[in-house]
Ligand binder design. Structure first.
Ligand code: SAM
Length: 351
């Protein structure tokens, strides 16, 4: 029955809610192996063995949001806050560009210090200097107007994980972030024309298998170009400090299912996945992931951008990260692609 459902998903890229819940509940070792094999087969058909590299710049750990799971949430008084100025951000880009990166991901907490005008200046300066790079923003929930301004300034992509598609669970794990608004933001980003990244955490305290099925069916409806799926990992300064982290197996199962539901999506093997298992990145790639996001932030701030405990690679210079991840990609049987790495159907949508 499990194998039949995986075959059906492979052929049609869709399962009904009850079928998906059944599959997640009854997934055994053999089923997982079969699922990973099918997910890898689809990714080989769509993107081949290429793994796209994105240079991640974590430019602020100030945040006005109170996400209960997150180490940089506003209530955490134990962390040293930092902000990078435009020169420091440009320096990260310069190092990244020289290492071959053609996508820069600017990520941060929700920090109103960076006004729209500042963000526009940052985006325009990078795009003027580097004509062949893509900019991905990941700076949280903003108004339609702000998203539109960034897009017009040259931002290409936007990552905003939906975190969980279950309203009740969303409410439980957030204080001043609201499900409706987060979803509205995602639809707004799509409407404006960004390549959009949604995504969710696996293993959030009290999350059920039905919740995970909802996540995947929500993604199928939204059809984002990118999907970030990573395990929840506790942070010592949050109320979830004593909770269990999400597991590698559950996370890569969700990655593989997402690959089958959305064959053309760009799916990162996340840093959180590499944090919970030394071979997490490789296993993620083998289950259908095709993006990695090595860190370009200055090493002096890496530890301070601590969303969860045990974050890897905080001491490595950008060049070391670049080389280390390349080795991992190649050893897992894939190849590094340093191009912009747009979604395969992207141009078709606009040409
Ligand atoms: N502020 C932006 C936003 O809200 O999208 C981007 C930064 S936010 C810190 C990036 C992502 O980190 C979140 O979408 C969340 O899924 C992830 N994250 C935060 N805390 C985490 C934890 N304890 N374990 C795993 N992932 C976590």
């Amino acid at each position: 029955m499990i194998i039949d459902l995986i075959d059906k998903l492979y052929k049609t890229n869709y399962l009904e809610h009850d079928e998906l819940v059944y599959l997640i509940y009854n997934m055994d070792e053999y089923g997982k192996e079969y699922l990973f094999e099918k997910a890898n087969k689809i990714r080989m058909k769509t993107y081949g063995s290429k793994v796209y590299m994105r240079g991640l710049i974590e430019f602020t750990n100030y945040c006005k949001k109170g996400c209960k799971y997150c180490g940089i949430n506003v209530a955490n008084k134990n962390i040293e806050r930092y902000r990078l100025n435009i020169e420091e951000i440009l320096q990260c880009c310069e190092i990244g560009y020289d290492l071959g990166y053609r996508t820069f991901v600017l990520q941060g907490g929700e920090d109103d210090y960076y006004t729209d005008e500042m963000m526009i200046e940052i985006i325009k300066t990078i795009k003027d200097k580097y004509l062949d790079v893509a900019i991905t923003l990941s700076i949280g929930e903003k108004s339609y107007e702000s998203y539109e301004k960034y897009f017009k300034a040259g931002a290409d992509r936007y990552l905003l994980r939906h975190e969980t598609a279950d309203v009740k669970l969303f409410k439980k794990i957030h204080t001043n972030s609201y499900y409706k608004n987060r979803m509205k933001c995602l639809w707004n980003l799509k409407k404006i024309g960004y390549q959009v990244g949604a995504g969710f955490m696996v293993g959030i305290p009290s999350q059920t298998k039905e919740d995970l099925a909802k996540d995947i069916l929500f993604l199928k409806e939204l059809e984002p170009e990118m999907v970030g799926i990573g395990p929840f990992i506790p942070h010592k300064d949050t109320i979830y400090k004593d909770e269990q982290a999400g597991t590698l197996e559950d996370t890569i199962t969700m990655i593989a299912l997402t690959r089958l539901f959305l064959p053309y999506s760009l799916l990162p093997a996340t840093t959180a996945l590499g944090t919970i298992d030394p071979l997490g990145s490789e296993k993620g790639l083998k289950a259908g992931a095709n993006v990695v996001m090595p860190n370009l932030s200055p090493t002096s701030v890496r530890e301070k951008y601590s969303l969860y405990d045990g974050k890897i690679c905080t001491g490595d210079e950008a060049a070391e990260c670049r080389n280390c991840i390349e080795k991992r990609i190649v050893s897992a049987g894939f190849s590094v692609d340093m191009s912009r790495g747009d979604h395969i159907n992207w141009r078709k949508r606009y040409d």
